[in-house]
Structure formats: C-alpha cells, structure tokens
Design a protein around this ligand. Structure first.
Ligand SMILES: N[C@@H](CCC(=O)N[C@@H](CS)C(=O)NCC(=O)O)C(=O)O
Length: 226
C-alpha cells in the first residue's frame, strides 16, 4: 500500500470492548472502514475464523487494507489508534511529530494502557487471578482502590493544566481512549467511579459529545455513560 491510497480498514469489534476507541478514531478521521462483529457472546473469540485473523484471540484486531492484496492485521487498541492517526494526519488524532503536544498525547496513551486499562482488565477478569470467592473479592477490592488512585491522578492533571483535552487544546486519540476505559469503569461497581471527579467528569462529558463518539455509540448500540 502506498501513502495516499484510500486505505480500507476492517475493525474486528464487539460493542463496548477495546475496539471502541479505534472505532471512534476511524470515525473522527473519516476513514473508509467496515466492521466485523466478533460475537464473543457466541464463542467467536475461540472460533477458527477469528483465530486465523488474530491468533491472540483478543478484541480488537484491525485489517489495514485487504490481507489478500498486501494488507495486514494489527492488534492492540492503542496501536490501532496510532495507525489511524498516522494514516490521516490532517484529522489531528495525534499532534504533529516533534511537538510537545505529541509527546503529551503519547505519554497519556501509554499511561492509559498500562494503568487504567490493565487494572480494569484485572478487575473485570478477577476470576483469572484468584481461586476462591474470598480471594476474588480481594482482587476486586484491591483493583478498585488502584483504579480510584489512577482516576485521581488523571483528574488532578486535568485540573492542573486546565486545558480541555488530555494533551492540550486539541482532541487526540488519547481522549477517545480515556472515554472508552472510563466508560467501563463507570459501569463497574467501584466506590470511586470516574463521574465523581469534577475535572475528569467535565472531560468525559466533552468527549462523549464529540461527533465521532456519538456516532460510535449509536452504531454499536450502547452508551453514553456520563
Ligand atoms: N491489550 C489489548 C487487550 C485487549 C483485550 O483484553 N480485549 C478484551 C475485550 S475488551 C478481550 O478480548 N477479552 C477476551 C478475553 O480476555 O478472553 C488491547 O488493548 O487491545
């Protein structure tokens, strides 16, 4: 594929899964894309056809172009967002290379995957981390506390810099990523959900009103959460 080709993406998704932020990025960029439902409720994560696309068996995956004609499949939601940003620089999903704003956006994206999303997954799949009901409850309580601490940090940073978006005045992929993960946490029964933090809540209300977020929720049939 050459730069400038009208790349067609296929996003392997399930509503409100980690495919949501890439979906919002595709819409924000005005990228030509199609959706392929991985119906995990019906066992599709383990289906041969999906494992052939994505051997790791996780949602999302994204084909960039037609794999039969030089295209390829990517995994990891944040990597998908970065690839879309790279293919559509004018959409501004990442600030220009070399700028401070791009540095901030990258820091946020990595931070969100390594903290909020990682602990969200442990909380959500607590049964994989402990054997007894008591131990599972303990994992849930510990991760709920950790999630509260991560959310507190994000809230303080937003209040400190005072800009509307994580990396400054421009919406970036990191903002869609935060909206995705915060939406999951809002639905968890944790004592300190995102909505109780004023600066974070204001950010999430702004983010969920973005046209790409509204459209992704509509297409996927869930949300908004703030
Ligand atoms: N690090 C991966 C995590 C993907 C992930 O865990 N996806 C979930 C859905 S939100 C999944 O496929 N879970 C199925 C499982 O773990 O069995 C990413 O960000 O893309």
């Amino acid at each position: 594929m050459n730069a400038g080709d009208p790349t067609v993406y296929t996003l392997y998704y399930y509503p409100d899964n980690a495919s949501l932020a890439p979906h919002m990025c595709l819409l924000h960029a005005g990228a030509p894309y199609q959706l392929a439902l991985v119906d995990r409720a019906k066992g599709a994560l383990d289906a041969d056809w999906f494992r052939a696309v994505s051997p790791n068996g996780k949602i999302p995956a994204m084909a960039v172009g037609d794999p039969a004609a030089g295209g390829f499949v990517m995994t990891e939601a944040a990597a998908l967002c970065l690839r879309i940003a790279e293919d559509f620089p004018a959409a501004g999903l990442m600030p220009p290379p070399g700028t401070a704003a791009r540095g901030h956006a990258m820091s946020w994206l990595f931070h969100l995957t390594n903290t909020l999303q990682a602990d969200s997954n442990v909380h959500n799949y607590a049964r994989r981390y402990a054997a007894t009901d008591e131990a599972i409850a303990q994992v849930r309580a510990e991760t709920a506390a950790r999630l509260g601490a991560h959310l507190g940090y994000i809230d303080r940073e937003l209040a400190r810099h005072g800009a509307p978006w994580l990396a400054g005045d421009q919406v970036t992929a990191a903002d869609y990523y935060l909206l995705m993960v915060a939406g999951w946490l809002e639905q968890f029964a944790i004592p300190d959900p995102p909505s109780v933090r004023p600066a974070l809540r204001a950010h999430l209300e702004r983010a969920q009103a973005l046209p790409a977020a509204v459209e992704a929720y509509r297409i996927e049939g869930h949300g908004p959460y703030f």
